[in-house]
Ligand binder design. Structure first.
Ligand code: MF3
Ligand code: CO
Ligand code: CO
Length: 271
């Protein structure tokens, strides 16, 4: 799905454009955060994302984003429980015990910021909380493991042993992080498991990309909903959790561009 080949190492001016886009995207997450609770219909969150984003003169990148088949119909992805990613906001009412990922992407002056968080609604099961913690810690372990010029495979080589040995959970390999800039999805692919290509690709200073591990309670395998063409669910119907940040690799190391004011910070404990 990654077709075009932009110049990947950004100038200082371009880095500042990415910083601004990501900072705005993070402010959208803070804006909708209070809505993500039991009783909220997921489309209400989508409407809030759309209003806030367009109200500030920016563009929700997901709306009409062209996939392999149909354009994505909403302004963000909301993926509850067994939905791994690309859930379409709709008539589902969040309920106590759910875990739900909200994935936001905004285009600000041509540049993209992309991030997601899994929210605990009320009191989910101990295993749901453990899964969410595992996905969150996987993201930060990977961020701490990368440095200027490192191989992309450092990410998979960090996440997979951590998740397998400590939890026995599945790491999704079908959906990956990605280079990001003036394009939503660009080179390089950022898989969360090591691959041949990721052992060749490097994270050079000036590159912006996402890390967005999806961790499943059971099998890592997934299925796309054949009716809507977007919703990705676990093949076994068990829970899935994900966190995502947009990152800029600098000469001094990774800079997380999508940090929020009110969200879980590095080291956060969900229970
Ligand atoms: N935000 C997702 C990502 O992290 C992509 C969503 S594409 C959409 O890459 F069309 F489903 F919105
Ligand atoms: Co995203
Ligand atoms: Co992404």
């Amino acid at each position: 799905m990654i077709k075009k080949t932009p110049r990947l190492r950004l100038t200082q001016k371009e880095r500042n454009m990415m910083r601004a886009a990501a900072r705005f995207n993070a402010s959208v997450m803070d804006h909708i955060r209070p809505l993500v609770k039991a009783g909220t219909r997921t489309v209400e969150i989508d409407e809030a994302v759309h209003q806030f984003t367009t109200g500030h003169g920016h563009v929700p990148a997901c709306l009409n984003y062209a996939g392999d088949s149909m354009p994505f119909p909403r302004s963000c992805c909301i993926s509850a429980n067994e939905v791994v990613c690309h859930g379409i906001p709709g008539s589902y009412d969040l309920k106590d015990g759910d875990i739900v990922n909200v994935d936001l992407t905004t285009i600000v002056d041509g540049w993209h910021g992309d991030q997601s968080e899994t929210f605990l609604i009320g009191s989910p099961s101990p295993e749901a909380i453990r899964l969410t913690q595992c996905a969150f810690d996987s993201l930060y372990l990977a961020i701490d493991a990368i440095g200027p010029g490192c191989r992309v495979s450092v990410i998979g080589d960090t996440i997979v042993p951590y998740v397998k040995k400590n939890f026995g959970f599945g790491v999704v390999d079908k959906y990956v992080g990605h280079g990001i800039g003036m394009l939503f999805h660009q080179r390089p692919n950022i898989p969360h498991v090591p691959t041949q290509q990721s052992r060749r690709d490097r994270l050079e200073p000036g590159m912006s990309f996402t890390i967005e591990p999806m961790v499943n309670l059971g099998t890592h395998r997934t299925r796309i909903d054949s009716r809507d063409g977007w919703t990705v669910r676990t093949a076994d119907g068990k829970l899935s959790a994900q966190f995502e940040h947009t990152i800029l690799m600098t000469e001094d190391g990774p800079e997380i561009l999508t940090l929020t004011q009110d969200g879980p910070q590095k080291g956060h404990r969900f229970a």
